[in-house]
Design a binder for this molecule. Structure first.
Ligand code: SAJ
Length: 439
């Protein structure tokens, strides 16, 4: 099939679509495409996840407006279903790939899931299909990994047997569906004709600008936009450490700095988690061989990764000042998710803090209102504790009755990694430390 025929099918919403990877990105994408009238098949390797999706059970946790309703609607309408069998997508004219692309312990890209999806897809790929990679990949990966894998598994040729593009996702937990429909997208086709076709496809469900580029530009835009954020957060964290040393309040400094035009000092915090920000700088840095020239990007990662340790150091100071031995202290950690009001715990800074606690044989417990294993009554869990360590700014903590919490505590130390309580009236016998305020 040539792209003209595919374009017609796209405009009439009769192009048959598959989305590989039913996670935070692929699942809402599949529902959105089905909601605008396409027939969509979702593919995932997790049989349990496929089964629950087909029973209209939403696999994505956290606060995601409208996701469940959309799932109910599309499953009932029969325009969307999930499968583990690649045979079920051999008739698909458009295939999105939204699988995980993590980094390994050496900060190198791990493309196991991506290669596996490409190998399985290639065996069943419909002649003339358009394949779009939405996973975040290091610049150069389309040329050096995706194309060779797909040519090998499909025994086909680019722009003859299949068309290939990269359109990096821009979802954010808590606003998955909204972002899919409203964020500008970069559509990187192997050639202009493919980019045009991709733009036409995204026009069917995206109400924003679609910028047509080549592969390397699409790969760079995604990794650079997240590396920008990581470097900005690292700068905020370093300013916070300065303020602590100087006895200043970084939050007041930040407020006034950001009154200056073109300044956007980010928020210092207990660490940088998630599936994007800690990973994408390494994908970017690994796209070039002479990495020794890259100093800012790796250093920003080191600064941000050191913040959980800084939380532990503040805890030690607080307990010492309170005259409470670390070895006999009882600690309650508030927040395991990497982001407020989300259940997403990927690359959670709290996991790093917990490792340090374990290494020091500290008696700790974890609370998180969005993660089943850590759910509980904070007012009960804090009973007899010596310190609270706030790692995530969940709404539940913002609304916490601090006086009640303090009454239940044995020693009254709060280490606040997200400045959740900094503007609250704090009783006199409390030792309160927050990121970026000298104590
Ligand atoms: N964080 C800080 N200080 C800040 C901002 C964030 O410490 O000023 C921490 C957060 O607590 C979290 C981590 O960084 O642990 C990441 O937070 P995030 O707000 O960047 O959330 P993510 O990981 O969901 O990032 C996504 C990214 N979106 C995509 O990759 C499509 C990112 O580009 C967005 O800027 C971000 O959402 C967003 O703005 O919500």
């Amino acid at each position: 099939m040539n792209l003209n025929l595919l374009k017609e099918k796209i405009e009439n919403h009769i192009a048959r679509i598959a989305v590989i990877g039913m996670g935070y990105v692929g699942f809402p994408l599949a529902l959105t495409l089905a909601d605008v009238g396409f027939d969509v098949v979702g593919v995932d390797v997790k049989e349990e996840r496929v089964r629950s999706i087909n029973k209209s059970e939403n696999p994505i946790g956290g606060v995601e407006p409208d996701l469940q309703d959309l799932l109910d609607r599309t499953v009932q309408a029969g325009t969307f279903h999930a499968t583990i069998d690649y045979e079920d997508i051999k008739d698909r004219e458009i295939v999105f790939i939204n699988v995980e692309t993590p980094i390994d312990e050496y900060n190198k890209p791990n493309y196991t899931a991506l290669r596996s999806a490409l190998r399985s897809l290639g065996k069943v790929l419909l002649d003339g299909a358009l394949v779009i990679i939405e996973s975040t990949i290091a610049p150069g990966t389309m040329q050096k990994v995706v194309l060779p894998e797909l040519m090998k598994s499909s025994k086909g040729t680019l722009n003859k047997n299949f068309y290939l593009g990269n359109c990096p996702e821009r979802v954010m937990p808590g606003k998955l569906l909204k972002n899919i429909r409203t964020m500008d997208r970069v559509v990187g086709g192997a050639d202009e004709e493919t980019s045009h076709t991709m733009a036409l496809l995204y026009q069917q469900f995206v109400d924003a600008e679609l910028d047509e580029v080549d592969w390397i530009t699409a790969e760079l835009v995604k990794t650079v936009e997240n590396t920008y954020r990581d470097v900005q957060i690292a700068f905020a964290n370093e300013v916070a450490l300065l303020c602590e040393e100087l006895g200043a309040d970084v939050w007041r400094v930040r407020e006034l700095v950001n009154k200056t035009p073109f300044r956007d000092l980010h928020k210092p915090g207990a660490g940088v988690g998630g599936h994007c920000i800690p990973k994408d700088p390494w994908l970017l840095a690994n796209s070039v061989s002479n990495k020794k020239e890259l100093r800012l990007i790796p250093t920003a990662r080191v600064i941000n990764d050191a913040m959980p340790r800084h939380m532990f150091d503040m805890l030690k100071v607080g307990l010492q000042r309170a005259g409470q031995e670390l070895s006999t202290a009882k600690i309650l950690i508030l927040g395991y998710a990497y982001l407020e009001n989300s259940d997403d715990d990927r690359n959670s800074p709290t996991a790093d803090l917990v490792e340090i606690m374990e290494d020091n044989s500290i008696n700790y417990r974890i609370h998180d209102p969005h993660i089943d294993v850590y759910k509980g009554d904070v007012y009960q869990m804090v009973d007899g504790c010596d310190a609270l360590v706030v790692m995530t700014a969940h709404q539940e903590y913002v609304r916490l009755d601090l006086e009640m919490v303090l009454q239940a505590m044995r020693t009254k130390v709060i280490i606040d990694g997200r400045a959740v309580f900094k503007d609250r009236v704090i009783s006199s016998d409390l030792l309160y430390y927050t990121i970026g305020i000298g104590a």
